[in-house]
Design a protein around this ligand. Structure first.
Ligand SMILES: C[S@@+](CC[C@H](N)C(=O)[O-])C[C@H]1O[C@@H](n2cnc3c(N)ncnc32)[C@H](O)[C@@H]1O
Length: 247
């Protein structure tokens, strides 16, 4: 079953890419919007509840702002909060994130189980980045915030890496922009490579469901087909969007 959650202000809530930590709205408004998005995911049967620790989320945000080198990011404060909350509620034992650039997008997910926002124990939180220099920077950022090593970044092609991953994948986050031929269409290839290791109930998160919808058409058709996924919700509360799908 496919659904849409959309706020009235989604196209006015605009991320300033070179200013990752700029406040775009009062905190109470951000929390209310994300609560509504979580309620839509609960209604669709994707999450069991929408409760998460707000203080830990803010501890996570502060640590990222203090410790990460982020040249730019498209992850808005609403999106950072939603990614953290989905992971805090779903508590994936193994979480893989594809196309993580400097690591901000990866740690928005991983921060629910590593660093000062941690609220559960995971076994593997792995960011995958194809450009070695970006993977190295992301790994440096992550090492500053997670001394345990449970969260880590590898330099690899996400299609190959997930295909070879030898354990269940409970949450897969997609943000890779592929090559000239595929662009973000590579999400479909990464998902198909992971498919056999995704148990029932596994969650897939796809960033850019709004501004890259055309390039993602094949991917979105697949996750919105009830034969493949139990439910899928397009969260439209900023210019990028997030498609949240449950197997
Ligand atoms: C545009 S960035 C994502 C940025 C993120 N949305 C943010 O706001 O921080 C996409 C990343 O995917 C990486 N990438 C592209 N193809 C990939 C692949 N096949 N496997 C892993 N990473 C890939 C690129 O090198 C790039 O760093």
């Amino acid at each position: 079953m496919s659904h849409t959650f959309q706020t009235e202000d989604w196209d006015q809530y605009t991320m300033d890419y070179p200013q990752p930590h700029r406040e775009l709205e009062p905190l109470a408004r951000e929390i209310a919007v994300v609560d509504d998005a979580l309620a839509a995911l609960v209604d669709a049967g994707i999450l069991p509840h929408g409760n998460y620790d707000h203080e830990k989320m803010l501890a996570h945000r502060r640590a990222v702002a203090e410790l990460f080198e982020i040249p730019w990011t498209a992850i808005s404060p609403r999106m950072q909060r939603l990614l953290y909350a989905i992971n805090a509620v779903a508590q994936p034992v193994n979480m893989l994130a594809a196309g993580v650039f400097c690591g901000n997008t990866f740690f928005s997910n991983a921060g629910a189980a590593a660093g000062p926002g941690a609220c559960y124990r995971a076994e593997n939180l792995i960011g995958i980045e194809i450009k070695p220099e970006e993977a190295a920077r992301a790994e440096r950022n992550v090492r500053r915030i997670d001394p345990t090593g449970v969260a880590r970044v590898v330099a690899a092609d996400a299609v190959d890496y997930v295909a070879a991953f030898d354990a269940p994948i409970h949450l897969l986050y997609l943000d890779a922009d592929g090559d000239a031929a595929r662009g973000k269409g590579i999400y479909y290839d990464i998902l198909r490579a992971a498919w056999n290791r995704m148990p029932d109930g596994a969650i897939v998160l796809a960033h850019n469901s709004v501004n890259c919808a055309e390039r993602l058409a094949h991917y979105l058709d697949f996750v919105r087909d009830g034969e493949n996924f139990r439910a899928s919700v397009n969260i439209i509360f900023d210019g990028e969007g997030l498609e949240v799908s449950a197997k």
